[in-house]
Design a protein around this ligand. Structure first.
Ligand SMILES: *[C@@H]1O[C@H](CO)[C@@H](O)[C@H](O)[C@H]1NC(C)=O
Ligand SMILES: *[C@@H]1O[C@H](CO)[C@@H](O)[C@H](O)[C@H]1NC(C)=O
Length: 398
């Protein structure tokens, strides 16, 4: 910007423009030179390489690195986020989430946290309200949860804003969750549409993404997109390469699954066996990082795993029982992971938080036609039923 201004000025001098123009341009240059403008996103311009001398923690910037933000690595709390990205239904709530997650405490005697990335179709918003009031984090998954990878990879910014911003509106209205508490997003099937995804997220007031997997041998701490990410782009996803100041990526650090093959969800790891064998496998995965860099671990838990793989529910419960016996392992929301990254403290100063909430919900059961297949959907909401089933472009169901 200053360069452009100076160039204009000399052109103006040579061409002997009017005095008025000169004065205006002069003022513009003076202002620009006095206070350097904040770096704004330059559309279509690739971000600069991230180095420690330009990207500083005190400015809220972090490069993608496998190095702990603490000088004494072993002093860090081991943070683990259990994350779910399925439609929130009464069945999953009663059969899995309540028995696994409720009434389980962290070493500081505070209930554990978890994050739900909520898609729209089939979701019961009264249950979303219950999860929120219990203290869990509610985040965005999308409206359609379209199962074609190609749809997400090549979506326009406008569609993505309708998908993510629209779902945030739906959660706010129908589950009565305060807008400011919905800050995270996971794109279906981990398929980013490069710069468009992040633009759409930011336009929707979302501040962190949880859709970018990294191989188990390249674990990364959460980082910002102020500068170019050096994270490998996997699964055919299109990764962003413009600068998005202050936007955070919480990488999904992959696990070692069957035959030592990498996998990004517990179900896709294809581990089978007795409950003890399943618990041993997960414990080993955690211990590998806990005795290493203590990078925060995001576990993507698909509840269908519990139905599909024998002993997985019991094994997962055993694993969690063992974890919470450790004094340095904390099950927290993704939001807490990102807050810890902004202010990384050692174990002695680390406290989990468990919010007291009471978002109202008067339950209404709505029967509405879905635009996706013209069939009826039953949707429980915390407010009177909308006229239409909420959908892309009409999240409030007007
Ligand atoms: C994102 O921005 C970079 C830098 O301009 C550009 O090379 C890339 O093609 C953009 N990606 C998309 C999908 O527009
Ligand atoms: C798990 O099974 C699926 C389907 O057969 C396969 O695509 C995937 O690669 C397997 N993953 C691992 C870690 O073995």
């Amino acid at each position: 910007m200053p360069l452009l201004c100076v160039n204009n000025l000399s052109t103006v001098l040579i061409d002997a423009f009017t005095m008025k123009t000169l004065v205006l341009l002069g003022l513009c240059c003076a202002a620009v030179l006095a206070v350097p403008p904040p770096p704004v996103r330059e559309e279509g311009v690739a971000a600069d390489r991230c180095t420690a001398d330009v990207c500083k923690a005190e400015d809220g910037c972090r490069c993608a690195t496998s190095q702990s933000p603490l000088s004494d690595v072993k002093d860090a709390p081991q943070l683990i986020s259990l994350t779910f990205d399925e439609a929130v239904t009464d069945d999953l709530y009663n059969n899995y989430w309540q028995p696994i997650l409720f009434n389980r405490n962290n070493p500081d005697d505070t209930p554990i946290g978890a994050t739900f990335f909520v898609p729209h179709e089939y979701t019961d918003y009264q249950r979303v309200n219950d999860l929120y009031n219990y203290g869990f984090e509610i985040a965005v998954h999308s409206i359609t949860e379209n199962n074609l990878q190609q749809y997400w990879r090549s979506a326009s910014e406008e569609i993505l804003e309708q998908e993510f911003g629209g779902q945030k509106k739906i959660l706010t209205k129908f589950a009565n969750i305060p807008e400011e508490d919905i800050i995270g997003v996971r794109t279906p099937q981990f398929q980013l549409a490069a710069n468009y995804s992040i633009e759409a997220y930011m336009a929707s007031g979302l501040v962190y993404d949880s859709s970018w997997p990294t191989l188990p041998d390249h674990p990364l701490f959460p980082y910002t997109l102020d500068y170019l990410s050096n994270q490998q782009c996997l699964l055919g996803s299109k990764c962003p390469n413009e600068a998005f100041k202050g936007f955070w990526v919480l990488p999904i650090n992959d696990l070692h699954g069957a035959d030592n093959k990498e996998c990004n969800t517990v179900s896709q790891c294809n581990i089978t066996g007795t409950a003890d064998e399943i618990a041993d496998w997960l414990t080993k995965e955690v211990d590998a990082i806990r005795t290493g860099t203590r990078v925060p671990l995001t576990l993507v838990v698909e509840s269908q795993w519990f139905g599909k793989t024998e002993n997985s529910l019991e094994g997962f419960n055993k694993f969690l029982d063992r974890l919470t016996e450790n004094k340095d392992v904390f099950l927290v929301t993704q939001k807490q992971v990102f807050e810890w990254m902004k202010n990384p403290v050692g174990l002695a100063d680390f406290k989990t938080e468990f919010p007291q909430r009471s978002a109202a919900c008067n339950t209404y059961s709505c029967k509405l036609k879905s635009q996706s297949d013209g069939k009826d959907r039953y949707m429980n909401t915390c407010v009177p039923c909308p006229l239409n089933y909420p959908w892309l472009g009409n999240p409030e169901g007007n």
